[in-house]
Design a protein around this ligand. Structure first.
Ligand SMILES: Cc1cc2nc3c(=O)[nH]c(=O)nc-3n(C[C@H](O)[C@H](O)[C@H](O)COP(=O)(O)OP(=O)(O)OC[C@H]3O[C@@H](n4cnc5c(N)ncnc54)[C@H](O)[C@@H]3O)c2cc1C
Ligand code: SF4
Length: 318
């Protein structure tokens, strides 16, 4: 690891005056620094700032959650948290990691690809001129809207928070409320993570707290690894009819993937067929080679299960 300066502001006001890379839980950041794939000159410790580590609370019916709240804090929250968020957190890594990793740190973690872990390997994501994953290991990489770089955004929290139309609340931002969906689009467009001012919290509008939500994931191992595919759904019912449905997938594209084809098939349905609707994703998959076929199947299964669970949750919450 290369030497760096370390700033430990006492409060938020001090933190905003410092220049450097924010360190929250450090799980993503320090791993990349130890590997030698990232070398910031200066780190600013924000994981200890109480002002941005607050537990979820309701104001005028909307939900606010501190950016630096450890993931475990969401599971312990007294406030009612949408089921989909709780399921996504419970599936993330290990209890030890969930005690340290923060909400916004999880959403901003680097994309995943084995070649990105080795600083000696040149590739498009590092300004090189080719992608070794195309001839090499790519079975677990992007299968929807694949870009030149096939690395995937694998945050567990990203799909469910996109489905619930969450927003980042920036400190000192020109427009302090940034929709998460727009943030990831900007990430795709720019090819690398857009720089942000310090993020203070995550905001969920009251409409997102209505209805039912769910997260479903499939992994090789129970923990200690990221999922092969995840899906998150949010459903609003009017009687037995689906009034509104959002379905987002994770670990399958460079940013969370919105399954519009499935949403359109289910909108207005009073006897939804989740299996048949999820299968529509098949036509949208774009496989780099037959070795990705298993991942396509896992993504479809995740979508079906997340929809079933969100529908049951919406019925319970009526
Ligand atoms: C073994 C293992 C298994 C894992 N499995 C999973 C998994 O299954 N699912 C999953 O989703 N993740 C998984 N992870 C990843 C882990 O959840 C993330 O690395 C962690 O959530 C990152 O949060 P952090 O607080 O440590 O972020 P940091 O490493 O501190 O920061 C990450 C990035 O976010 C930026 N940042 C953080 N907070 C702010 C803020 N408030 N404002 C502006 N910028 C900010 C930092 O500058 C940095 O660029 C796993 C990790 C390990 C080591
Ligand atoms: S998929 Fe992306 S990160 Fe992985 S080797 Fe190719 S260009 Fe690099």
């Amino acid at each position: 690891m290369k030497a760096f300066q370390y700033g430990r502001p006492k409060n938020l006001a001090e933190a905003t005056k410092l220049r450097g890379t924010y360190k929250a839980g450090g799980i993503d950041l320090l791993t990349r620094m130890k590997r030698g794939t990232l070398a910031p000159k200066s780190l600013i410790e924000i994981g200890t700032l109480q002002e941005i580590s607050f537990a979820p609370y309701l104001k005028n019916g909307d939900l606010w959650i501190g950016a630096a709240l450890p993931l475990a804090g969401l599971l312990e929250a007294k406030q009612k948290i949408p089921s989909g968020i709780l399921q996504a957190v419970a599936g993330t890594a290990t209890p030890q990691i969930r005690n340290t990793a923060t909400l916004v740190g999880n959403l901003l973690q680097e994309k995943r690809c084995v070649y990105l872990c080795d600083p000696e390997i040149s590739c498009l994501a590092r300004g090189g001129d080719h992608c070794p994953a195309r001839e090499g290991h790519h079975a677990d990489l992007a299968i929807f809207e694949p870009a030149a770089c096939l690395a995937t955004q694998s945050s567990n929290l990203a799909p469910i928070l996109c489905a619930l139309d969450a927003k980042f609340v920036e400190i000192k931002g020109k427009n302090p409320l940034i929709p998460l969906r727009a943030y990831y689009q900007a990430w795709r467009k720019g090819g690398s993570r857009p720089s942000t001012p310090l993020i203070h919290s995550v905001f969920l509008p009251k409409e997102s707290l209505r209805g039912g939500s769910a997260h479903h994931e499939i992994r090789v191992k129970q923990s200690f690894d990221w999922a092969i595919a995840t899906a998150a759904a949010h459903i609003l019912l009017e009687g037995d009819t689906i009034q509104k449905v959002a379905l987002w997938l994770g670990s399958v594209s460079d940013i969370p993937y919105r399954a519009r084809v499935v949403e359109q098939a289910l909108q207005g349905s009073s006897s939804p067929n989740f299996k048949a609707s999820a299968k529509l994703l098949s036509q949208k998959a774009s496989l780099h080679s037959p070795s990705q076929e298993w991942k396509r199947r896992m993504a479809i299964l995740c979508a079906e299960k997340a929809l079933q669970k969100a529908y049951a949750n919406a019925k319970e919450n009526r």
